[in-house]
Design a protein around this ligand. Structure first.
Ligand SMILES: Nc1nc2c(ncn2[C@@H]2O[C@H](COP(=O)(O)OP(=O)(O)OP(=O)(O)O)[C@@H](O)[C@H]2O)c(=O)[nH]1
Ligand SMILES: [Mg+2]
Length: 196
């Protein structure tokens, strides 16, 4: 598995029909500021996605075209970087707007093969997370959980959290990751691109 190139396509609010190609898409979703954009940059080993220390900075769904090699073949995938949800300072109407956008986008888009649910290893799941998980399950949409920012905690802490999450999400796979140290990068990349 080798990334050949990654480039920004565009920011959208609904499925990009003009692309007119059947490129498998992987959606990166999760709370505001958890590290979705940093994860994409780490995975493709390039700074294509905008990251920010200001929570709620990403407002559009940003699409990236990834070219990679698998089994000697050149393949393509789209990584979609979602705006973070649940930021406390965002008014309720905007939160609902976010929910409509993500649901609309995912429901209309048959190319989405998997959702990568990015989660800060230091946090506990709450009602928003539960709602989102129920929604994925209802639609039988495959999703995987990635516990990120593991560099901020001990190895034991992350391992324990992973065990807890395994029970919580049941059938989904759970990964640990750090954009800062690169921990878990290889495994996650293989998981994402093998599924594509
Ligand atoms: N220590 C550490 N910091 C990280 C990691 N991943 C992201 N960060 C930091 O967390 C902050 C938010 O990162 P982003 O990648 O912009 O997060 P995001 O989920 O895309 O944020 P929104 O798009 O605003 O929802 C930045 O300051 C990053 O440098 C990580 O693995 N370890
Ligand atoms: Mg972002």
């Amino acid at each position: 598995m080798k990334i050949l190139s990654a480039r920004y396509l565009k920011g959208v609010i609904c499925p990009e029909r003009s692309l007119k190609r059947k490129t498998p898409e992987i959606a990166f979703v999760g709370r505001s500021n958890v590290g979705k954009s940093s994860m994409i940059n780490s995975l493709v080993a390039q700074k294509v996605a905008r990251t920010s220390s200001t929570p709620g900075a990403t407002r559009l769904i940003n699409l990236y075209l990834i070219e990679y090699e698998r089994g000697g073949l050149r393949q393509q995938a789209i990584f979609s970087d979602f705006p973070g949800f649940g930021y406390a300072k965002v008014p309720k109407e905007a939160q609902q707007g976010w929910q409509k956008m993500i649901e609309g986008y995912i429901e209309d888009n048959k190319e989405i093969k998997r959702v990568i649910w990015v989660y800060d290893v230091r946090r506990e799941p709450d009602y928003l997370d539960e709602m989102l998980m129920e929604w994925f399950l209802d639609r039988k949409l495959p999703f995987s959980v990635v516990l990120t920012k593991t560099d901020k905690e001990s190895k034991g802490f992350a391992a324990n959290k992973k065990r807890l999450f395994r029970q919580y999400v049941k059938k989904s796979e759970v990964f640990v990751f750090s954009a800062k140290t690169g921990e878990g990068r290889k495994e996650l990349l293989a998981h994402i691109l093998d599924a594509g």
